[in-house]
Design a protein around this ligand. Structure first.
Ligand SMILES: [Zn+2]
Ligand SMILES: [Zn+2]
Length: 330
């Protein structure tokens, strides 16, 4: 059996782009050092930050929740987790269970939103009614709800579990489709906009998919192995994923190099004058007079649901905070 290049104990992994073997302890340290380095390099968090961690139930959000929880003392973080139940049959049920168990294990307060309760339809039902692809409806609803919760909480940042492989694919896609505006949003962080949008951070920016899997596995955080049944294996993303893996195989470390250079490029871009405004109905970030969530729900219900959803979210956040207070007191 191969031995750890640092301490000589039995190795659990070989890091190709560093040509070294690592044991369990050194592997965990290796991943956490990557997260720490990204926090520093990209100025993701400052001491005492209140962070909302978006948790899907998969390996990446499990790794993210674990890593931030283990770093929370060092950075004095105040962590909250958010799980959104999308109503995608058994997949969503399992995801909810895994997220609940992970948050419980790490003693992080979990806020749960249920799309069907909030909007009246599950994500697949919404997509059918709107005649739009499931993934695009899902993305829109999740982005809106995550931001709504973060604003209510007064969070300093929303932490997302995107890993280096995901981000390499998204950025290649935006290059191929020349949707370069989108590239801006794929960096390690996006900015806060007072009162209407909480900035997003990606602490796993330089962590590979395989690494986040092994990290979560070694530390025993519960997560599900299933992938969403709506993933389309013929999509451009999936094709790029396979191709980029071939490149990485021949050029180990290529994806990290690409992402680091991209982060620099984004940072050095002249700040474009964004047309930032708040939605006429719900008051949250929008690029037009009415935000896409209010427009979408108005098409289905005849009236925009943003304001109702926001007040429901406010109640749920309050409940979670008072539960926190009573458990801290007890
Ligand atoms: Zn070792
Ligand atoms: Zn709105």
């Amino acid at each position: 059996m191969a031995k750890c290049s640092i301490c000589g104990r039995d190795a659990v992994a070989y890091i190709r782009y560093q040509r070294r073997y690592l044991c369990r302890e050194h592997y965990i340290e290796f991943v956490e050092n990557k997260v720490r380095r990204s926090i520093k390099r990209y100025k993701l968090l400052s001491k005492g930050s209140k962070v909302l961690v978006s948790v899907s139930g998969g390996k990446d959000s499990a790794a993210l929740l674990m890593a931030l929880s283990r770093l929370s003392k060092e950075y004095q973080l105040k962590l909250y987790a958010l799980h959104i139940n999308l109503g995608i049959g058994e997949y969503s049920e399992k995801s909810l269970r895994a997220s609940t168990e992970a948050a419980k294990m790490l003693r992080i307060p979990l806020i749960i939103l249920n799309v069907k309760d909030l909007i009246g339809y599950t994500i697949p039902e919404l997509a059918r009614r709107l005649r739009r692809p499931v993934c695009s409806v899902c993305g829109l609803v999740k982005r809106y709800l995550i931001n709504a919760v973060a604003v209510e909480l007064g969070a300093d940042a929303v932490a997302l579990g995107h890993n280096a492989d995901d981000l390499a694919v998204y950025s290649m896609k935006s290059f191929i489709t020349q949707d370069l505006e989108y590239l801006d949003k794929l960096g390690p962080k996006t900015e806060n906009i007072q009162g209407i949008a909480v900035g997003r951070i990606r602490p796993l920016y330089e962590v590979y998919e395989k690494e986040s899997f092994l990290y979560a596995f070694l530390l025993g955080v519960p997560f599900i192995h299933d992938e969403c049944p709506h993933v389309n294996h013929e999509s451009l993303e999936q094709i790029l994923k396979v191709k980029l893996n071939e490149v990485e195989e021949k050029k180990p470390g290529m994806k990290i190099m690409m992402l680091r250079n991209m982060a620099k490029r984004i940072r050095d871009l002249p700040r474009r004058e964004y047309r930032v405004q708040s939605c006429r109905y719900c008051g949250l970030l929008s690029s037009t007079e009415v935000c896409s969530f209010c427009r979408m729900t108005a098409r289905i219900h005849g009236e925009p649901l943003g304001p109702i959803v926001r007040s429901r979210v406010r109640e749920l956040v309050k409940e979670s905070e008072s539960r926190q207070l009573s458990s801290a007191a007890g």
